[in-house]
Design a binder for this molecule. Structure first.
Ligand code: C2E
Ligand code: MG
Ligand code: MG
Length: 614
């Protein structure tokens, strides 16, 4: 089919092809118009929705309790939220068009300008925390407003008040890094600081001293005076250390319990550390007047040095700790520097800890017996049972080395039970063999006597073995009596009423409060070896022993001198009126099968002759 178009006059004006082209063109135009109109409608709908979103966004921003602002590319305010306007106590409209210069103090405005410029140029958000002088903390986020082509046409910002967060952060820091009781650095904080100091020391090739301070007898003080007194003492000591260290570049902290640490960086000489330790002793050692109690405090100090002794934090602490232990063993209230010998002794201690658990089961313990002899050498008045440990790996180990290890756990209870029983069985056996029984003394441990089952256990062994109580002697030490425990006192009273004897061992080395002499059931005082050594020439020891003799007389107690090694010691004690002697002069602790030989030599008068002859 073909179409021909005529004008009104009937002239044919277009050919078929031209008509076709025109029709297509019209169709295309119509289509374009339709598409355009649809697109315009869509765009309009989007704009409407965008403007709705925009106002929702603004409403949302107004609800937020933090300042929010938008600036143009010249950093003039174009929109702020309600909170922002309230902050400046102005209307929103009055802020628009202003810069920070006109809104904030000059110094702050300068900083804001620099930040804005950076965000605009980097086209990246920037988050920072600021502390206004008011004490308020803000976390501010600034972000660029970017066109699709990447041009920055302005900035937005929001600032959150994080003062509460900051406060809780600093509280957390203080809880984590400060000692809750004394307020000085705690163990964690010390570990962080010392590790940093060690890194600096390595870089500078300088030395650093770690000083570990441990209060002497603090456990006893706590028990005797109560924990609140103990706590007050710890607080006072912390303050003293802090004051001492304040202008010396020295770090102080509490390691835990009754242990404090002092760190001296940039050490020039070992003498300087010695001086610091002496100074600390002078400052801390004193009588503390707390809640009407006068408490005497002394400290033991252990020192390790980087890089002489080790090169890391853990070893530094370990070595100073070992040195403190040595200071305690050597009689407390002293300063000990770490050396290789201490390391070896500690290694032995660890070995003891590893082996001691199985020692009882493997029957590795034995008892030796040291005779107590009359000062003229004529008669044996009893024996003291002294434990020995013979281990296949470690050899013969002294009770001084392993009893303290056993005392750290309940092992001491099992060992003590074994000693008590074994000593009684041995005595009964001698009685069977030689027709003679001697009083046998056993050493007790503090852990043992404060247990509820102490008395029932002793009574049950006595009964089971049918052992006459008058042949049992119990040796205790002064430090065991520091806690006011009426139950343990009653136990000793009961045993004493049955005929057993109670001896105060190592007398003169323990706690100076002697009130127990009048109210604790005691029979004998054993003068400690340290006062006996060379007593003939040592005037001070002579005075001490004289005083002990007077005390014993005043409280109607018998006396034994232990550790008598030489005849002149024996003669001096004889002249002072001490009549029972225990010591190497007569015999070292004897293995059970050699005891009878000694008994015979005394009975035959050999010793009496020797004493006269010497
Ligand atoms: P201790 O009860 O004061 O015992 C006396 C210590 O002095 C013994 O040491 C003894 O061998 C030693 N000794 C005696 N005479 C002399 C002397 O003339 N010169 C010298 N240098 N030393 C002398 P040992 O046997 O090594 O015992 C040491 C400590 O171990 C005892 O001191 C006691 O506290 C404790 N111990 C010993 N056996 C036991 C036990 O079975 N149980 C408990 N809990 N502790 C024990
Ligand atoms: Mg003893
Ligand atoms: Mg003793």
């Amino acid at each position: 089919m073909s179409i021909t178009i005529f004008d009104l006059q009937g002239y044919k004006i277009m050919s078929d092809i031209s008509v076709l082209i025109l029709s297509v063109t019209i169709l295309v135009l119509v289509l374009i118009i339709i598409i355009l109109s649809m697109s315009i409608k869509k765009q309009r709908r989007k704009l409407v929705s965008m403007s709705r979103e925009n106002s929702s966004f603004k409403t949302l921003c107004d609800l937020i309790k933090a300042p929010i602002w938008f600036k143009d590319q010249d950093f003039k305010m174009v929109w702020v939220n309600k909170f922002y306007a309230q902050m400046f106590d102005r209307s929103k409209a009055s802020i628009y068009g202003l810069t920070d210069k006109e809104l904030a103090p000059a110094k702050l405005a300068e900083g804001y300008y620099r930040d804005d410029l950076m965000v605009k140029e980097s086209k990246k958000p920037y988050v920072y925390r600021e502390n206004e002088k008011t004490g308020l903390w803000f976390e501010t986020t600034k972000f660029p407003l970017l066109e699709e082509n990447g041009n920055c046409y302005g900035l937005g910002g929001i600032a959150f008040n994080i003062t509460a967060l900051k406060k809780s952060e600093s509280l957390m820091h203080s809880v984590v890094y400060n000692d809750y009781l004394t307020g000085i650095s705690n163990r964690l904080s010390l570990s962080v600081e010392i590790t940093k100091m060690l890194t600096i020391s390595k870089e500078n090739e300088s030395q650093l001293a770690f000083i570990c301070i441990d209060l002497d007898n603090f456990k006893d003080i706590n028990e005797l005076y109560g924990h609140s007194v103990g706590n007050e003492i710890l607080k006072k000591i912390a303050q003293k250390l802090k004051k001492y260290a304040s202008d010396k570049g020295i770090l102080v902290g509490r390691f835990g319990g009754d242990e404090f640490a002092v760190v001296v960086p940039n050490l020039k000489s070992y003498d300087y550390v010695t001086n610091v330790c002496e100074d600390i002793k002078k400052h801390v050692n004193s009588i503390y007047d707390i809640f009407d109690s006068n408490v005497t405090i002394n400290i033991s100090i252990g020192v390790s040095i980087y890089p002489k002794d080790c090169d890391n934090y853990e070893d530094l602490v370990r070595q100073a700790d070992m040195s403190v232990h040595v200071a305690k063993e050597q009689g407390k209230n002293r300063i000990v520097f770490y050396d290789e010998e201490i390391g070896k002794a500690n290694f032995k201690r660890i070995k003891i800890e590893m082996n001691i658990r199985s020692a009882l089961d493997n029957e590795e313990f034995v008892l030796h017996y040291q005779p107590k002899v009359s000062v003229d050498g004529k008669s044996i008045l009893g024996f003291e049972a002294l434990i020995r440990w013979n281990n296949s790996e470690l050899g013969f180990i002294s009770p001084c080395d392993f009893i303290p290890v056993a005392e750290q756990s309940d092992l001491i209870i099992h060992i003590s039970d074994w000693v008590l029983r074994k000593a009684m069985i041995q005595n009964l056996q001698w009685n069977k063999q030689y027709g003679k029984m001697y009083p046998i003394a056993v050493n007790l441990s503090a852990k043992q006597i404060y247990r509820m089952d102490f008395l029932p256990k002793v009574l049950s062994v006595l009964e089971e073995l049918n052992y006459p109580p008058q042949y049992l002697e119990l040796e205790i030490t002064e430090s065991m009596l520091m806690s006011k425990d009426d139950a343990s006192r009653a136990s000793f009273e009961k045993l004493r009423s049955m005929g057993a004897k109670i001896t105060m061992d190592d007398f003169g080395t323990g706690y100076s409060n002697l009130s127990y002499l009048s109210n604790f059931p005691l029979d004998k005082l054993k003068i400690d070896r340290r006062f006996i050594t060379d007593i003939g020439n040592n005037k001070e020891n002579q005075q001490i022993v004289k005083a002990i003799i007077m005390l014993a007389r005043a409280f109607d107690l018998s006396l034994i001198a232990e550790g008598v090694e030489k005849i002149d010691e024996l003669q001096y004690l004889q002249s002072m009126g001490v009549d029972v002697i225990q010591g190497f002069y007569f015999a070292k602790p004897l293995a059970p099968d050699t005891v009878y030989d000694f008994v015979k030599s005394v009975e035959s008068g050999d010793w009496a002759e020797k004493v006269v002859r010497d």
